[in-house]
Each structure stands twice: as C-alpha cells, then as structure tokens.
Design a protein around this ligand. Structure first.
Ligand SMILES: [Zn+2]
Length: 390
C-alpha cells in the first residue's frame, strides 16, 4: 500500500483543524460512500464544512489530508471530545457498496493503523480500548457501519496481525519459540487459501496468533493429525488448506554474515518476523541498523532491536553504508532516526519524547531561507535539526 499526502492548506486550519494535537489514538470510520481515497480527501479539503479527518484509505492507497499534529473534526464528540482532539481519523472508502475493493481498503486501513501504532509506540493493548476504537465508541454513531456489520472484532484482529507482522514481535503466545530440530519429519507445504490462521496449538480450540495471506510455501517440522507446526515457531496451521510440495528439501537461504557487523545501516526490501522464518514480508521502512547477528540463522541480522525484524542478504539492497562514515548530508526519501537527545523542533516547540528514537522519512531537506539546518520529516510533518537525526 502506498501512502500519499494531499494536505489541507494551512489557511484552512481554522475550519478543518484549529487545534494542535499530539495524537493519543485512532478513530476508525467508514465513508458510507463509493468514492476513492483521493476524491474523498480532495472533497474534504476543498469544502468549507467543519468536517475533517486525517486519512482516507481505499483499495490501493492511503491519502493523508490533515497533518498529524492538527486535530480534525470526525468523531462527533464535540469541540473538546477525546476523539476530535486526540485521535487520528481514518476513513475506510467504498463502504456504501462494499465488495472486494472495500475489503481491500479495510486491510489497508488495518495496515495504516498498525504503522501509526509503531510510529507512536502504541502497543496492541491500545486496540479496541479507549485509544484505538470506532467512531461509534466516541459518540454512538453507527460508524464504521459496514465494518461493524461484518464484526468489528474481525477488523481488530487484522490490525493486531499486521502489527505483529510489521513489528517483528509475535503476538503474545504461551509457548516460547521452539528451537527447530533437524528431523526427517520436516516437509514443505504450499498454502492454498487466501487467509490461513496460525494458532498456538494443534486445533481450532487454540488461540489465533497470526494469519498467512501470501499462499506461500512453509516448512512443517511436526505433525499432529491434520495440523502442522511451522518451522518459524509462529505456531500451527491446519494442513487441510495446504498442498504438500514434493522434493522435500527445505531451501535454506545462505547462512552467512558476509562481513557485516552490528551498527551497519542497510537499505532493505524485505523482512522476516524471526531469525528462522522463511516467509519474507514487505517491510514498513526502507532501511535499518543491524543490532544483533545470529550466525547460521536463516535471517542472521536483527534490525533496530526487533522493531523492524530480521533480514538476510537477500533483503539488502544497494551499497553498504556504515554509521561510522555517516556524513551530515541528507536526501529526500532517506529514512533517519530522530535522536533521543533531540530537544526542540526547528520551529522552537519542544519535541515530545514519544516521537524520539523512531524512524522517519525525509520529505524535504532544508536550504536557503527554509530551515537550512533542518530536514522535514514526513510522518510527523515537522522540521528537525540535521544534528538531531542519524
Ligand atoms: Zn465516522
């Protein structure tokens, strides 16, 4: 999913978002309309109604219309309401007619929610609590109508699964990650269904801990009846929805550490949720720092202490760069970490600790009269000093 901005001009903040905001959560909506995200946002920022929200999400992209440090009028809970003053409003498109594009839009909204959770450091305990909830929870309106019709628990599960996938932190499960044992019993299966639940035991009576959506090929290391345990340690899947792959041998990625060392910063195009996983996922960020190396693992490098996940050589793109030879030159699109030692934005306000220590994308590099000593960070739409990012 791509995330693009079509921002409300600041001249209209008086109507659309008069208050500054440090987001504490998210409010989920359905548009009750059949327009695309771009059209919803264009309409929202063009009209003069006191109606606004931060994102509209459709089946292909999320479009941001309001900066995340301004409030928006979407929750129906009044001028000082928790929803209107503290939460990021996300509208899911195509809810009027529903169908495939709505279902995909919901998935994208779940991904956007998970990304924002990572960005602001909100854990899964905030999901379906005060912080991350529906428009209905804010003011009683039956919104997100179609998502509520289909069961809101289903949407929260999508958010939690996406969060687990992007963060590399598996959802809490009572069983510790087992050490994969070499066994003649292991074999490959290809998933044949669009969504296959991963459970923490061999049966539907065990809790769902994740979901496989890529119809990929997985290694089973233990079998109980029609259930198989995944080599990654993620849990058990029902083998009725898989096809055994003949040949049998597990394709193990080259276990090499290739001269890389802790502290190296690498650009990535893929990520794994564990050091042994063979299920390559799309990463939420484009680069990360190696913070741990496990020699011999399928995916030997841990990035950013697990906040990004595990990678192997196949995930690394472009030339190497080391933090040791970092220079102060930055470029648009580059991913940087806002140092925990940063104190003020270039505009003078104090930087809240919740945004420090996280990774952001440079949207603009300052020059001339526009913060020549700073960079504009896309996700927080704020100028910070170059000296405060790395
Ligand atoms: Zn709503």
């Amino acid at each position: 999913m791509e995330i693009v901005q079509l921002l409300c001009p600041s001249s209209k903040y008086g109507i659309k978002g008069p208050y500054s905001m440090a987001p504490k959560g998210i409010t989920i909506h359905n548009t009750a309309n059949d327009a695309s995200a771009k059209n919803e946002i264009s309409y929202m920022i063009t009209n003069n109604n006191q109606v606004s929200y931060h994102y509209a999400v459709d089946d292909v992209r999320a479009v941001q219309g309001m900066p995340l440090d301004r409030n928006a009028w979407h929750a129906g809970d009044g001028r000082s309401g928790y929803g209107n003053r503290n939460t990021i409003g996300i509208e899911i498109c195509y809810s009027k007619s529903g169908g495939d594009r709505f279902l995909k839009a919901e998935q994208n909204a779940a991904e956007l929610t998970a990304r924002l959770m990572l960005q602001y450091g909100w854990g899964v305990d905030k999901v379906n609590a005060k912080e991350i909830n529906t428009h209905q929870s804010r003011s009683g309106k039956y919104c997100p109508h179609r998502t509520l019709d289909m069961g809101i628990g289903r949407f929260w599960t999508m958010v939690k699964n996406k969060y687990a996938e992007l963060s590399g932190k598996p959802l809490p499960t009572p069983t510790p990650e087992p050490t994969p044992q070499p066994s003649g019993d292991s074999y490959l299966v290809k998933v044949t269904t669009d969504a296959l639940n991963i459970r923490n035991g061999a049966g539907t009576n065990y809790a769902v801990t994740g979901c496989i959506r890529d119809k990929g090929t997985y290694t089973i290391v233990e079998t109980q009846g029609n259930w198989g345990r995944l080599k990654s340690g993620a849990g058990w899947i029902c083998l009725d929805y898989t096809q055994k792959v003949s040949g049998g041998n597990t394709p193990t990625p080259e276990p090499t550490t290739n001269g890389r060392k802790v502290g190296d910063v690498v650009n990535i195009n893929g990520v794994y949720t564990s050091s042994m996983s063979t299920n390559k996922l799309k990463p939420a960020v484009t680069s990360g720092k190696i913070t741990k190396i496990v020699n011999g693992a399928n995916n030997p490098y841990l990035l950013n202490d697990g906040n990004i996940g595990w990678i192997n050589e196949s995930c690394i793109v472009g030339s190497r760069s080391n933090t040791s030879n970092n220079t102060t030159s930055f470029s648009k699109g580059q991913t940087v970490t806002l140092k925990t030692t940063a104190s003020k934005y270039c505009t003078g306000q104090t930087i809240p600790s919740s945004v420090k220590g996280k990774r952001y994308t440079i949207m603009q590099v300052g020059s001339g009269n526009t913060h020549p000593d700073g960079v504009l960070l896309k996700e927080i739409m704020s100028w910070v000093y170059k000296a405060d990012v790395q």
